[in-house]
Design a protein around this ligand. Structure first.
Ligand code: OAD
Length: 236
């Protein structure tokens, strides 16, 4: 921990990759761990374009519930610590796989939402966006005026990441002196590659996660603790 703190203090350029684990202490479930959403829900039904085409009402019912939960949740000490680290670092980029907006609400600004967000719905035909409030999208309004369907404005399995956000993230990962990987199992690509394949060989990569992950054996430093506990301690 001490070496990581010193490197963070010295670093001009820091890149952070987060996943659902950073929001666990805000009361939001992860995907694959104990109580994870993919243990009780079928990924292909809820998080794929094919699932949406088969049953858009089911998909929206689930995302409307998640959207409500995100808005009832509050950012935790881990989200706030990353917003503070951004203020202290001249070149800082935070890339998240989360769609819960908690980093934004905690004050992070150099933020790339690699999997989109649930703040908006998007038409699958014309691309028009519609803001969502806490109730989400009413099921009778899924059909868009242009003849297309409004879908959650997020990335599903089999879909490419938003091009500009991905490019910026890959560049930021490549120039970072310190990389923090927080609360992700690092099994979903391409996001997971940011901390490994895209990182420079000189980068100091630290993982903050109470459990072992797919990249634990490839990082320089492992902090087996939760995000809300460990991240504030990095800011001396
Ligand atoms: P996972 O559920 O795969 O991993 C969550 C990670 O968070 C695990 O490694 C946990 O050990 C860790 N964790 C749990 N509690 C924590 C805490 N308090 N502090 C720190 N870490 C904690 O979730 P993701 O890696 O985010 O994509 O999953 C990646 C993507 O897969 C998601 O964006 C989503 C999902 O399917 C799509 O839907 C496209």
């Amino acid at each position: 921990m001490e070496e990581l703190i010193e490197r963070l203090e010295r670093a001009r350029s820091v890149f952070v990759l987060t996943g659902s684990g950073i929001s666990a202490e805000s009361g939001l479930p992860t995907f694959r761990g104990v109580g994870g959403m993919w243990r009780t829900h079928r990924v292909e039904e809820l998080a794929s374009p094919e699932g949406f085409a088969r049953n858009p009402q089911l998909v929206w019912t689930w995302y409307n519930e998640r959207n409500g939960a995100h808005r009832r949740a509050a950012p935790n000490a881990g989200h706030y610590a990353l917003a503070e680290l951004e203020r202290r670092t001249s070149d800082f980029t935070l890339a998240t796989q989360n769609v819960d907006s908690l980093h934004m609400r905690a004050g992070s600004r150099r933020l790339l939402e690699l999997h989109g967000s649930l703040r908006t719905a998007r038409c699958d035909a014309c691309g028009a966006r519609r803001p969502l409030d806490a109730t989400g999208l009413p099921l009778q309004e899924i059909e868009h005026g242009c003849g297309g369907m409004l879908r959650p404005d997020i990335v599903w399995f089999g879909e490419p990441l938003p091009e500009a956000a991905w490019r910026e993230a890959a560049e930021a990962a490549a120039r970072a002196e310190v990389i923090l990987v927080v609360g992700t199992s690092a099994v979903v690509y391409p996001a997971a590659a940011l901390a490994t394949r895209y990182a420079s060989r000189e980068a100091y990569v630290a993982e903050i996660n109470p459990e072992e992950t797919a990249i634990s054996d490839r990082v320089n430093c492992v902090i087996r603790s939760t995000a809300a506990d460990a991240l504030p301690r990095l800011l001396r």
